[in-house]
Design a protein around this ligand. Structure first.
Ligand SMILES: Cc1cc2nc3c(=O)[nH]c(=O)nc-3n(C[C@H](O)[C@H](O)[C@H](O)COP(=O)(O)OP(=O)(O)OC[C@H]3O[C@@H](n4cnc5c(N)ncnc54)[C@H](O)[C@@H]3O)c2cc1C
Length: 400
């Protein structure tokens, strides 16, 4: 049985994978490029349907539920007139749904997997040589090592994908929008509410975190290709420029982004690959099938995908080729479905014209007043639609 498995990335997929591989008798090693897990940033992510079952079986559902975000009201600022207030939509609609800050989830998953896996922080894979009996891996800092398998759980801009499948451009499909998230001192006095503002081609939200000591800003905006945006200073300028002219309507001071220690910026892009396995290497989570940050339920997909991969490897014993193929077969329908979610969520979240910007908070208010079955039928929960994931919870998903 392939025993020593290297996982690149200690995000969501990486730690779920490490936990379940160890549980199934493998020796996982996780290499993470960040020096530590703290202050990894990100905003609230959603777990729904069967992904919650995976978390429950890891024994951390009570802690995850405890850490879930507690925002019970939404307030939308308007260009003119009084703000529009309503109860929180997810609180109204969701059956089995947990919304949790990404960094809190990453820490809890690491807490569950950490005792059973070797974690190497502050390092990255630089070369992968696939051989008949093993994969030889070179690192930026550590000495080269051989593993039975290498699994890339290193996100949208996966290094493993680049090294084994070629440049990102061949697989990345930009949805024409960008996402930025950062924390700032809660000087605006947020209590338990999410405050938002919709404008043409841009939307901004803020909510309290860290027991109200800090607040987090989430900014979404449409834009065409922008070339290489890896430089954080350029990213910040891009975000600042996208919201120029409407600063006074935003529910938070946008210039705080320059002081933030956890500024996050990325394009809202999908990864579309016909296959995400080659030889002794496979990809999981965003690296293989990102449905688009903030819009597509990528966290639930990463949890599911990692669980399925670990399970198929255990079932196939020595035949990793069969395990990779059956993982792709099991995940295929959910991946195809998730690709459709992103563009429609984006249309809901970022209005395309002034009329939609005016209508969006009003239709949300109408929605929370409707009887629950009617509201559910009309609204998909921002890319984390529980019913879609529940469809996936068939006998084929070996939860047991
Ligand atoms: C800092 C950060 C903030 C995020 N914020 C949001 C957000 O606000 N909203 C949202 O919807 N999604 C956000 N995402 C993406 C979201 O976490 C994923 O879409 C989803 O959870 C899928 O998880 P994943 O484990 O596949 O990928 P990710 O959660 O992206 O995890 C990938 C992990 O791999 C690590 N990594 C990357 N490159 C390498 C490398 N070369 N070597 C080793 N390790 C590497 C990363 O540091 C990260 O820990 C964020 C991701 C990151 C990394």
């Amino acid at each position: 049985m392939a025993h020593n498995i290297l996982i690149s990335g200690a995000g969501i997929a990486g730690s779920v994978l490490a936990y379940w591989l160890a549980e199934r008798g493998f020796n996982p090693t996780v290499v993470e490029k960040r020096p530590h897990l703290r202050q990894t940033g990100g905003h609230a992510v959603d777990l729904a349907g069967v992904s919650i079952e995976v978390i429950e079986r890891m024994g951390i559902l009570p802690a995850v539920s405890d850490a879930h975000v507690r925002h019970d009201r939404m307030v939308f600022h308007q260009r003119r007139g009084r703000p529009i207030e309503m109860p929180r939509l997810t609180a109204t609609l969701a059956d089995r749904h947990v919304e949790i800050q990404r960094d809190a989830l990453v820490e809890l998953l690491h807490g569950a997997a950490g005792p059973h896996a070797e974690y190497i922080f502050g390092d990255t894979i630089t070369a992968i040589t696939d051989g008949p009996d093993a994969v030889t891996v070179e690192f930026e800092s550590s000495a080269p090592r051989a593993f039975d398998l290498v699994l890339g759980a290193d996100g949208l801009h996966s290094m493993v994908r680049r090294l084994v499948f070629g440049p990102e451009d061949a697989y990345r499909h930009d949805l024409g929008a960008y996402l930025s998230v950062y924390s700032y001192p809660n000087t605006v006095g947020l209590g338990s509410e999410v405050v938002g503002y919709f404008d043409v081609d841009r939307a901004a939200f803020t909510y309290p975190v860290d027991d109200g000591r800090l607040a987090r800003a989430l900014l979404l905006f449409r834009g065409g290709p922008m070339g290489d945006l890896r430089d954080p200073a350029r990213q910040m300028r891009t975000v600042r420029d996208a919201f120029a002219g409407i600063e006074s309507h935003l529910p938070f001071p946008i210039d705080e982004l320059h002081q933030s220690e956890d500024f996050y910026f990325d394009s809202i892009s999908q990864i579309q690959m016909n296959t995400w396995s080659k030889g002794r290497v496979s990809l999981v989570g965003d690296a293989a099938y990102s449905p688009g940050p903030a819009v597509g339920g990528g966290t639930a997909m990463a949890v599911l995908g990692a669980y399925v991969l670990a399970n198929e490897l255990a079932l196939a014993r020595d035949d990793h080729t069969a395990a990779f193929a059956s993982t792709e077969a099991v995940m295929g329908p959910a991946v195809a479905q998730s690709r459709k979610v992103g563009p429609s969520s984006l249309r809901q979240l970022v209005p395309g014209n002034r009329l939609t910007a005016w209508l969006t908070p009003r239709s949300l208010r109408l929605l929370v007043r409707l009887p629950r079955p009617v509201a559910l039928a009309l609204f998909s929960l921002q890319g984390s639609d529980t019913s879609r994931l529940d469809d996936f919870s068939s006998e084929r998903l070996p939860l047991g």
